[in-house]
Write a protein that binds this ligand. Structure first.
Ligand code: ZN
Ligand code: ZN
Length: 346
């Protein structure tokens, strides 16, 4: 089969590799249909690492995927051949303390698709996944929509952790795909007031389209001052989706006393600092968000019912042979890209 491999910094090749086989009774073999390009894939592509996770070349890539079941292990019960599924890229061990307490996303022995030394990549003709990681999609849903379910589930999970109430004031710092997914999930959950920021004007336009009441570019205005003028008491929640020291600082300045900072962005640096005195005097709560937990199914439901419209997020589409162009486009933030997807087969 054909599969995409990272072969060096900013190098990616489509290579021939043996197709995977069903190993366990609960495995399913998928014909990969569509794969979304994620910011984390691009981090590995441009820098070769995220924190302590370091790429050893050649390395698989791609994890946001949807496909069709073409083979099943003997004990697979929920799925059958021909079914289309959205894939949760996480393969949990199923028996550690985290898995036993409903926290598979922090499983101590997890394999995640295309994380260095862990699972294979989704940018391949075929993929074997445990049945539990595959979520059937309804007939009306496209594979492109299904490939965006995983990032949407992260927005949904962050929103669920925040437990925002109707009328909540929310700032979302960073309006890339994850920031926009947080926005869509927040607006779907309650009638909240959302202030969005980003360095790219196209993304601010997209944020307004997705339901932000206000959107501002920190390259052009002092966003803290501008939001504070509209919300003199500060905001209840900040979703940090950029991973920059600057946005963490803005978050602390925007929050009201007892406000909550949800940390979703992936910083390129290993350490971020806070003004500890503001943090403690305002009794600000910090909540990190590790991908998502059990939010794939509710995300599928919200999209299939039309409550959340994710189609506008998909701005660019490529073939498997064009995967490198897709990665370069996302890495360079060119051409108004939000979510680029790769059609492996369809
Ligand atoms: Zn992702
Ligand atoms: Zn586990």
């Amino acid at each position: 089969m054909k599969a995409a491999f990272l072969t060096g910094i900013r190098q990616l090749e489509i290579r021939e590799t043996p197709p995977p086989k069903i190993k366990g009774p609960h495995d399913v073999l998928l014909r990969v249909g569509v794969v979304g390009v994620c910011g984390s894939d691009v981090h590995y592509y441009t820098t070769g690492r995220i924190g302590s996770m370091v790429v050893k070349y050649p390395e698989w890539t791609g994890h946001e995927c949807a496909g069709t079941v073409v083979g099943i292990g003997e004990e697979v019960k929920r799925l059958e051949v021909g079914q289309r599924v959205a894939v949760d890229p996480l393969i949990p061990c199923g028996h550690c303390d985290q898995c036993s307490s409903g926290r598979e996303h922090t499983c101590r022995n997890q394999n995640f698709l295309a994380c260095p030394g862990q699972g294979p990549g989704a940018l391949a003709d075929y993929l074997v996944m445990p049945e539990r990681s595959c979520y059937p999609i309804p007939d009306g849903m496209t594979l492109v929509q299904a490939a965006v379910i995983e990032p949407l589930s992260i927005g949904f999970y962050a929103q669920r952790l925040a437990e925002t109430q109707p009328g909540a004031k929310i700032a979302i710092l960073g309006s890339g795909p994850i920031g926009l997914c947080v926005l869509l999930a927040s607006r779907a959950a309650s009638d909240c007031m959302v202030y969005s920021t980003d360095l790219l004007d196209e993304r601010l336009a997209m944020a307004r389209r997705c339901g932000a009441a206000w959107a501002g570019n920190p390259k052009q205005i002092d966003v803290v001052h501008a939001i504070r003028e509209l919300e003199p008491l500060g905001v209840d929640f900040v979703f940090e989706c950029a991973g920059q020291q600057e946005t963490f600082d803005q978050a602390i300045e925007l929050l009201k006393p007892s406000g909550t900072l949800l940390m979703i962005g992936i910083p390129e640096v290993d350490r971020i600092s806070f003004n500890i005195h503001t943090l403690r005097r305002q009794e600000i709560r910090l909540q990190s968000v590790r991908r998502q937990n059990q939010c794939m199914a509710p995300a599928i439901e919200l999209v299939s019912k039309g409550v959340i419209k994710i189609d506008p997020l998909v701005t660019h589409q490529f073939s498997l042979a064009e995967t490198k162009q897709a990665f370069d486009l996302v890495a360079d933030y060119r051409d108004g890209v939000v979510k680029a997807i790769v059609h492996v087969s369809e």
